[in-house]
Design a protein. Structure first.
Length: 231
């Protein structure tokens, strides 16, 4: 999280409650949306780096990002292979609007399409995507089976789903982790995905520098779980 929470608390008075911050992380909106999008870029950079490091793409692949925030990382994804077609869907109207402004060149070239929506009702044809990825999204799935079944529908057989998250033992200690976050351990995530037709292929975890929030120090780590859609 780096200086994420500290900057938020300094910018807004009175101090935002953990509940308010959790709601904004789930769906940025209102006057807070711009700053939350920028701060998420900072706090999520290490997770994006971890996921993009292992994201295997080939020329002409069609790739979906779920929950792209303000779209800051689309340009980096577009450089992973030649002639990629990127798609993005996000639950926040404010983030979709900002992402379109931030990626006007990719959109004009026909290399990126972004729209508002949720991953349990995707507006895409079946078996469209070669790869799907998301960063800090699955905490907010109240009904993960509905999301995974729909995501599986739009993936080609053998396509991979890259999930970037903070481990449960890290998240449950952070001050803004309210009941809005549905925290699940690695084994539970693997089981739920398996029941929806996804096989865990690899897991990569990296330790990050500790951070200070509300005067307390918290250990940090990022994890990328790579799942393959079974044929």
């Amino acid at each position: 999280m780096l200086q994420f929470l500290k900057k938020l608390l300094q910018k807004f008075k009175p101090t935002p409650t953990p509940e308010f911050i959790a709601q904004q992380l789930r769906k940025p909106h209102g006057a807070f949306a711009k700053i939350i999008g920028e701060r998420m870029n900072e706090s999520n950079r290490s997770l994006y780096k971890l996921v993009l490091q292992h994201l295997q793409l080939s020329t002409g692949d069609q790739v979906l990002e779920i929950g792209f925030g303000n779209g800051h990382f689309f340009k980096e994804v577009s450089q992973k292979a030649e002639e990629l077609k990127l798609y993005g869907i996000d639950y926040s109207a404010a983030m979709v609007k900002t992402a379109r402004k931030n990626n006007i060149d990719l959109i004009r070239q026909g290399l990126l399409e972004v729209q508002m929506g949720n991953s349990d009702q995707l507006p895409y044809a079946a078996s469209l995507f070669d790869a799907v990825f998301c960063i800090n999204v699955i905490y907010f799935w109240d009904k993960p089976f509905a999301h995974l079944q729909e995501i599986g529908r739009v993936m080609k057989p053998g396509a991979r789903f890259y999930v970037g998250i903070r481990p449960k033992e890290i998240m449950e200690k952070l001050p803004f982790t309210t009941p809005l976050f549905k925290l699940r351990g690695k084994e539970e995530i693997q089981r739920i995905f398996a029941e929806c037709g996804f096989e865990l292929i690899q897991t990569h975890q990296e330790t990050e520098p500790p951070v200070i929030m509300y005067g307390a120090t918290y250990d940090m780590a990022g994890m990328c779980m790579i799942f393959e859609k079974k044929v």
